[in-house]
Design a protein around this ligand. Structure first.
Ligand SMILES: Cc1cc2nc3c(=O)[nH]c(=O)nc-3n(C[C@H](O)[C@H](O)[C@H](O)COP(=O)(O)OP(=O)(O)OC[C@H]3O[C@@H](n4cnc5c(N)ncnc54)[C@H](O)[C@@H]3O)c2cc1C
Length: 493
């Protein structure tokens, strides 16, 4: 990297953004490392624009000086997409663009059921703005206080309410973004219907910062749901979850807003190291944490669901949260999974979705792989969004003794589990994206046609690859998908 080029770039951005608009990387601390501590990088500058014009200035300066841009919101992403890089793979210097000063809610419109927010607003900030006008933003997950609107859009984040309201894509009505040539794509229409060609906003949703910098969005709100009831039930057997899910959905088709799986080992650790109270004395290997919501009281619904679940032999015991503190205890337990203590022991992690009826088979297969490759102490710690078929799974060397899985074991466990995921018709990334973390694994999931299309979109919007180079699905050139899983495209590949 030519130091003169970097110096000129840095000086130009510093002048354009003013003294509060940038940080020296030496003083930037946590923004240089990802949430899980796996990746870090040092850009030539950390830019903190607080206007769309400022974002344009940064992008244009980078174009002029042959530099690249990594955009970061709350840095809670779990695939390494938001972490700065020292330089692009071809050596171009990199600038980290933080959106956290783009943090204004431009308008809240209860009549239209919309909110317009800048990309750096946190999800919780928008939730609170919606609640103040008797509406709700139903995007919600544990990192709500730090994750941003731009990050949620760029990862197409899922979370706790997906089965009722869909993932982030379903909440986005309009997007504004700064493009690779510095122009602004103004797609901020608050319309539910607009069939005037390709719906371009969708390109930016789930793009992981590789097609532009999202600066603002119009998000759809829902009516406030005044009545909620959360329940925690000990499951008789994981094999029954599909029937249990069918029961919950049929008892109140629109009212089931969360259906989460919690393992006993998660409860035990949460009770041990966090300020969480064990919800029920009955011990089971698995628990269900579910919530029903409605405009009318849902107490009868919950009672009927639990009675039928026990009578059918799906659940052995249950509790319904009666007070706000019981409710928050249940959701704190879920938000804190997996407790840091487990992460510390560093195994390998999967963010998997399979069709919900394949969940028990998937769990048993991973347990068998862990035991076969890592020995009898190995633990498969699974939890997550059961209603979406989305389990977060850690394979750990042991629960009690910490330790790390050796790198070759991480590789062989990952390869074996990925094969199971694909055989069951699943995906290796349900909601966290590809970032840097899953690049080596993705070639086995998608066909050559899919990679060709992804690269064509990238080439159309960011031909010189200035946005987040080296990250995301579109960087992959060749599919390694085997003939057994292939579609018609393999015939031509
Ligand atoms: C405790 C915890 C719980 C979580 N639970 C869930 C969950 O249930 N469901 C789920 O889906 N995720 C979950 N996540 C992951 C994470 O919160 C989401 O991926 C979130 O959307 C990331 O938002 P962020 O602002 O932190 O984005 P970042 O981490 O800063 O960035 C993520 C990606 O988006 C890009 N990006 C960020 N802002 C912009 C922008 N304005 N324009 C263009 N690109 C941008 C980055 O370059 C990066 O590729 C969880 C994370 C934690 C730490």
């Amino acid at each position: 990297m030519d130091p003169n080029v970097s110096d000129a770039l840095v000086a130009e951005i510093q002048t354009a953004l003013g003294p509060r608009g940038w940080l020296d990387p030496a003083d930037a601390g946590p923004v240089l490392t990802g949430w899980r501590g796996t990746y870090s990088g040092t850009p030539v500058l950390v830019a903190r624009p607080d206007t769309v014009d400022g974002v344009q200035e940064v992008v244009r300066s980078c174009v002029r000086h042959g530099a690249v841009v990594v955009t970061q919101g709350g840095n809670t992403g779990l695939a390494g997409g938001s972490v700065p890089i020292d330089a692009a793979p071809d050596g171009r210097p990199s600038v980290l663009l933080l959106t956290t000063r783009l943090n204004r809610i431009t308008s809240v419109d209860p009549a239209r059921f919309t909110v317009t927010a800048e990309a750096g607003c946190t999800v919780e900030q928008v939730q609170q703005a919606a609640a103040a006008v008797d509406r709700q933003l139903t995007m919600d997950w544990g990192a709500r206080g730090t994750a941003t609107v731009g990050g949620a859009i760029s990862t197409n984040a899922g979370g706790l309410n997906v089965l009722r309201y869909g993932n982030t894509r379903h909440h986005v009505l309009g997007i504004e973004a700064v493009l690779a040539d510095g122009r602004v794509f103004d797609g901020l229409r608050a319309l539910r219907k607009d069939n005037t060609g390709y719906d371009l906003k969708h390109l930016f949703i789930g793009a992981e910062g590789t097609l532009g910098v999202v600066t603002r969005a119009v998000l759809e709100l829902q009516p406030a749901m005044p009545h909620h009831r959360s329940l925690f039930a000990a499951l008789a057997d994981l094999d029954n979850v599909t029937d249990l899910y069918g029961l919950a959905r049929s008892i109140d088709p629109g009212g089931l807003t969360a259906f989460e799986l919690v393992p006993e080992m998660g409860v035990a650790v949460a009770v041990d190291v966090l300020d969480v109270v064990r919800p029920i004395d009955t011990r089971a290997e698995w628990y269900l944490l579910a919530r029903f919501s409605g405009s009318e009281p849902v107490t009868d619904t919950v009672t009927r669901f639990l009675n039928e679940a026990v009578e059918s032999g799906y659940a052995t015991d249950a509790v319904v949260a009666e007070t706000a503190s019981q409710e928050s205890n249940l959701w704190k337990l879920r938000d804190e999974l997996p407790p840091e203590r487990l992460l510390d022991s560093r195994g390998t992690k999967f963010d998997t979705a399979v069709p919900i009826d394949r969940i028990p088979e998937f769990q048993r297969s991973v347990e068998a792989i862990a035991a076969r490759l890592c020995g009898p102490e190995a633990v498969t710690f699974s939890f997550g969004h059961l209603g979406d078929g989305n389990l977060h799974v850690y394979v750990l060397p042991s629960l009690e003794h910490g330790g790390r899985l050796a790198p070759d074991l991480v590789g062989s466990v990952t390869a074996a589990v990925d094969e199971v995921i694909w055989e069951l018709g699943g995906t290796i990334s349900a909601e966290h994206g590809i970032g840097q973390d899953l690049l080596a694994r993705l070639p086995g999931q998608k066909s050559q046609v899919e990679f060709d299309l992804l690269r064509a979109v990238k080439a159309a919007l960011d031909p010189t690859e200035i946005f987040n180079p080296g990250k995301g699905a579109q960087t992959i050139e060749r599919s390694t998908r085997s003939a057994g899983r292939s579609g018609q495209d393999e015939v031509e590949a």
